[in-house]
Ligand binder design. Sequence first.
Ligand code: HOZ
Length: 433
Amino acid sequence: MNSMEKSAQAFTRAARVIPGGVNSPVRSFKNVGGTPVFIHSAKGPYVTDIDGNRYIDYVGSWGPMILGHTSEAVVEAVQKAARRGTSFGAPTEDETELAELITRFVPSVETVRLVNSGTEATMSALRLARGYTQRDLLVKFQGSYHGHGDSFLIAAGSGAATLGVPDSPGVTKATASDTLVAMYNDLDTVWSLFKKHGGNIAAVIVEPVSGNMGVVPPEKGFLEGLRAITEQYGALLIFDEVMTGFRIARGGAQQLYHIKPDMTTFGKVIGGGLPVGAYGGKREILEKISPNGPIYQAGTLSGNPLATAAGIAVLRTIESIENFYEIMEEKSARLCDGINAASYESEVPLVVNRVGSMITPFFTDAQRIKDYGDVIACDKEKYAAFFHQLLQRGVYIAPSQFEASFVSYAHTDEQIHRSIDQFRSALKAVRGK
Ligand code: HOZ
């Protein structure tokens, strides 16, 4: 391993002109200490920093790189698209193609609007839900994160939990009072909100598999219960599948758990690493957005040709690989089994939560991790020490206990085995600390 001196210098330089030296907080390493590695390039399952250190990468740009980095299909598609023009502010056939692919993969999505990020997708979906139902209130879950829109920054996970600001200053009291918070995996808390406010709740938004407090799967009956409650009270059920969409199954979490939400939000995989988001669902609801309906949402770069080309390339590649999701499952299960064995051998207790290719090792003596309360009781300091031990050994996982790490199709058996060896050695190094 080379020094990380160039990264340290780059961080100092960045901090002079960029708040905190980063353009998104989690990547600052604030939760794990030290200075972030600055990336020079990436290929397949590897990222290489500007000091020349190469890491087996399980961040994968926080989810988009399901095929691994710089996949030929994506690079070629983007290059080709760039030569034709980088933005038109007018419709293209490729946008329709991507929308067709999305609706084919996720049947509950009858029509879909492309936007530029997951945050934009959730903000737009919420406005639409409010306009459609003519109600104001939103139910979200503690420790869940739906991007940085004001309505969602209440008891939020991801960077907000990482940096200890789950209720962000700058969100007005009025906005915050329209967001009601329930506990993930606890239907009683949802029932009691509906009993009190049911007639004015526009929507429940949920990460069907939570990824932004680390990976926390839904308990049996939880998503079914949300479907039943929202139907009973005439509220919309929004699945935030920005992370899980096209990742944990062809049709996302809704396919895996057999639940049909009213609306779904996407991002990450459908942009192949370029800025993209989307929201879609029942035609009847989506008809209410502009220009067909009165609820406004727009964007100069929406359906951007480069992002659209990348997204089409990713989804077409996935479609062309037989048993793509079974292969992803095998790779991820192998890694997860290896981490569990390493935990046992090193006598460092872990709960390793995994759904498909999303994984979080939680440092805890508990038997299971099922909600935000369990998550925040984990040993963050040990996670931080472990993260750095792994980094020194050439393995890059999420720099926060409150995030998911991701396996890609490009991770080979050999790289997974090598990673497991490094997990074992890193766990031994943090034992007793
Ligand atoms: N919100 C992302 C994790 N859930 C982190 C994005 C970033 O820092 O790049």
